[in-house]
Design a protein around this ligand. Structure first.
Ligand code: UT7
Length: 367
């Protein structure tokens, strides 16, 4: 059975920075409260030309470069997101088109902030089964578009960004070692975006009441998070036949420093074993774990041969953890330039639209 190795990684964050002081100009809050209660100092906010797909594409191109993999070699694209560009088509298909990943199947996965762990596990399982050789796993969010900028309980927390991993099959042991996924829909109302779906389609009154924005019972989500972070980590380790002492790093969902500190206490590990960058990005939901991973790899913190656990929780409720051995890119030939495929992909996309238009005219004439 092939192993699923993480062979490429990349991240993208919008240029716009919003500091705590900037938020204090909008709602009744202050830098000290936000830093002390969450650990967040600033977050990135999508500009007018940033979208969930464009951030995902930028992160993916970097990941493909690291892995030295052509977009045309990707078999499967999974985009984990809670802020898709449309109800449908899937944001994964927009990314497939922009990358020029001509032979890839593509779909979105919604497991909120736990989504990247779910998606990475699904991609790894597809590789382990032998049906897929190369998968692109993306976590991308533009949460700022769904934040209620009058609600100080939520608007201080969230930020925008994307991370992407390339997964490839290899006979060499390593890569994704185990994963656990959990859910408890009875807590669905604790963190929700109530309107805009089929339950409460958009109407003047849903918009007026702000039901198209994130709503959260922060205290309850906090309590739930502190309960599950350590237990999910231990479960994933157990499934991989590992002990806490065997792993070098924990990469937690970046929601609140106090939640990460509680997980550290639960696992009896010092904080320096946890990768933390929420001070600069806030909570980017499903993108937070890959963004933290990419920064840590690029800083030389996470090194080849080290074992780690990624662990997350979020709306749903969902939670989960994934154990992996970091092995780096597989040996490959030549020098791939994924951005060239992106340019060609644009031309290809235009040609396909033109062909569909002409076919449409001919078909109508035949009727
Ligand atoms: O990806 C998953 C997403 N969600 C989470 O991870 C959220 C988990 N929850 C949290 O991180 C925390 O519950 C929050 C950061 C949201 C809130 O922190 P807290 O320590 O639970 O604060 P609290 O809700 O208990 O509020 C304490 C006080 C209240 O004032 P009173 O009633 O004690 O007078 C709030 O009104 O702080 C007040 N408060 C604020 N003050 C200044 C709440 N938000 C703010 C604010 N600035 N932004």
């Amino acid at each position: 059975m092939p192993y699923a190795h993480i062979t490429g990684w990349g991240m993208a964050a919008p240029e716009g920075v919003m500091t705590n002081d900037d938020i204090a100009k909008i709602v009744d809050t202050n830098d000290q409260w936000i830093r002390e209660r969450t650990g967040i100092r600033e977050r990135r906010i999508a500009g007018a030309s940033d979208f969930t797909s464009t951030l995902g594409v930028e992160a993916s191109i970097k990941a493909l470069k690291v892995a030295n993999v052509r977009p045309t070699d990707i078999d499967l694209i999974i985009c984990s997101t809670s802020t898709p560009e449309y109800m449908f088509p899937a944001t994964a298909c927009l990314i497939q088109d922009q990358l020029g990943a001509t032979k890839a199947g593509a779909f979105d996965l919604l497991a909120a902030c736990t989504g990247f762990i779910y998606a990475l596990n699904m991609g790894a399982q597809a590789i382990r089964s032998g049906s897929v050789k190369t998968a692109l796993i993306i976590g991308s969010e533009t949460l700022s578009r769904f934040v209620n900028w009058k609600d100080r309980n939520t608007c201080i927390l969230f930020g925008d960004g994307a991370g992407a991993f390339v997964l490839q099959a290899s006979e060499r042991p390593g890569g994704v070692l185990s994963a656990v996924m959990h859910s408890d829909g009875s807590g669905g109302d604790l963190l929700t975006l109530p309107a805009g779906g089929s339950h409460a389609p958009a109407t003047e009154s849903t918009v007026h009441e702000g039901l198209h924005c994130i709503r959260m019972d922060g205290k309850e989500v906090f309590r739930f998070a502190t309960r599950v972070m350590a237990s999910a980590t231990l479960e994933a380790l157990d499934a991989a036949g590992l002990k806490v002492e065997d792993i070098k790093w924990i990469v937690p969902h970046q929601a609140n420093i106090r939640i990460i500190e509680a997980a550290a206490r639960g696992l009896k590990l010092p904080m320096d074993r946890f990768i933390v960058n929420l001070d600069r990005y806030g909570n980017t939901s499903t993108a937070s774990i890959p963004i933290a991973m990419v920064e840590a790899i690029e800083k030389g913190q996470i090194k080849e041969g080290e074992k780690l656990v990624m662990v997350g929780f979020g709306a749903g409720l969902t939670w989960g953890a994934l154990a992996a051995e970091w092995t780096g890119p597989l040996p490959s030939k030549g020098h791939v330039r994924p951005e060239q495929y992106r340019r060609l992909g644009r031309v290809r996309s235009l040609v396909r639209r033109a062909i569909r238009f002409i076919e449409g005219l001919l078909y109508r004439r035949e009727l």
